[in-house]
Design a binder for this molecule. Structure first.
Ligand SMILES: O=P(O)(O)OC[C@H]1O[C@H](OP(=O)(O)OP(=O)(O)O)[C@H](O)[C@@H]1O
Ligand SMILES: Nc1ncnc2[nH]cnc12
Length: 237
C-alpha cells in the first residue's frame, strides 16, 4: 500500500465512523467497534486520524456490516418482489462508502476500467472508478449518437424480449482489467451481457460486484462465466 492509499483508507474509516455516529452515542459506537470512546471522538471530529491497521479494521469489519444494515434499511420491496433502490443509487456519498468496503472485503484485482449498465449502475460505477482511479464505462440499451464503432451484446430473455447493450468500442482496450459492477443482480442476464462485452474487448475480468443480489441465481450465473471474484454487499431472498 502506498502512502496515498493509506491516507485514503484512514479518511475512509473516518467517513464510516461519522456515518455510524449519526445514529449512535460514542459509548454505543465504542461497543460496536471495540475502540475507546475518547479515540472515536477525536476521529469523528477530525482531530486525529486512526492508524492504518485500525482504519482497515473499521472499513473491513464494522464498515461492511454497518453498510449492509444501512443498505437494507434504505431499499424497499413492492408486493411483487421488485426493489426500489433509489434511496441508495441516488445517494453518491453512501456509494462512496461502499466502494472501498467492496474492494477490501472481496479482494478484487485493481481494475483499469469499471464496466456497468445504464442506468442505475452508473452512480455505483462512478464511486468505484473514483476509488480505484479507474475509468468508468457504461453500456446502454441504445446507441450513443456520433459514435461509429460499438461492441454490442444481445440476448433473448426468458420473456422472449431481446435485450441489447451497446458500448463505444473505444471504451475498453485489449488486456485491460475490467471490474463489472451493478446496483442489482437478479437473473444475471445484464451481468452476462456485460461480461460478454468485456470479453469481446479482449479484456481481463477482475470481478463482478453488485450492491444487492436478489436470490443467488444471478451471482451463480456470473460465477459460471468467470473465475474472478463475484459478490454482493447484501443478498435478499
Ligand atoms: O440481473 P438482472 O435480472 O439482469 O437485473 C439487474 C439489472 O436490472 C436493473 O436494470 P434495468 O434493466 O431495470 O435498467 P435501469 O437501470 O435503466 O433501470 C439493474 O440496474 C440491473 O442492471
Ligand atoms: N428493480 C428491480 N427489482 C427486482 N428485480 C429487478 N430486475 C430488474 N430491475 C429490478
Amino acid at each position: 500500500m502506498n502512502r496515498a492509499e493509506k491516507a485514503a483508507l484512514q479518511l475512509q474509516a473516518v467517513s464510516v465512523l461519522r456515518m455510524l455516529k449519526e445514529t449512535r452515542t460514542y459509548d454505543e459506537l465504542a461497543e460496536l467497534t471495540g475502540l475507546p470512546a475518547g479515540d472515536l471522538n477525536r476521529y469523528v471530529n477530525g482531530h486525529v486520524l486512526p492508524g492504518v491497521e485500525r482504519a482497515r479494521e473499521v472499513v473491513e469489519g464494522v464498515g461492511r456490516n454497518a453498510l449492509a444494515d444501512e443498505l437494507e434499511a434504505r431499499v424497499r420491496f413492492d408486493d411483487e418482489g421488485y426493489v426500489d433502490n433509489s434511496g441508495v443509487v441516488f445517494d453518491q456519498s453512501f456509494l462512496d462508502l461502499v466502494a472501498p468496503v467492496a474492494a477490501n472485503t472481496l479482494n478484487f484485482e485493481r481494475p483499469d476500467v469499471i464496466l456497468t449498465a445504464a442506468t442505475d449502475g452508473i452512480t455505483l460505477g462512478a464511486a468505484m472508478a473514483s476509488y480505484f482511479g479507474a475509468r468508468l464505462a457504461y453500456a446502454k440499451k441504445s446507441k450513443e449518437t456520433a459514435v461509429e464503432d460499438f461492441i454490442e451484446s444481445r440476448q433473448r430473455l426468458a420473456s422472449g424480449i431481446e435485450l441489447t447493450y451497446y458500448l463505444p468500442a473505444s471504451a475498453i482496450d485489449a488486456g485491460e482489467r475490467v471490474l463489472v459492477v451493478d446496483d442489482l443482480i437478479r437473473s444475471g442476464e445484464t451481468q452476462e451481457l456485460l461480461l460478454d462485452i468485456a470479453l469481446q474487448a479482449d479484456a481481463n475480468i477482475a470481478g463482478v460486484f453488485a450492491l444487492i443480489a436478489v436470490g443467488d441465481e444471478g451471482t451463480n450465473r456470473a460465477r459460471e462465466l468467470t473465475e474472478a471474484p463475484v459478490g454482493a454487499l447484501s443478498i435478499f431472498e
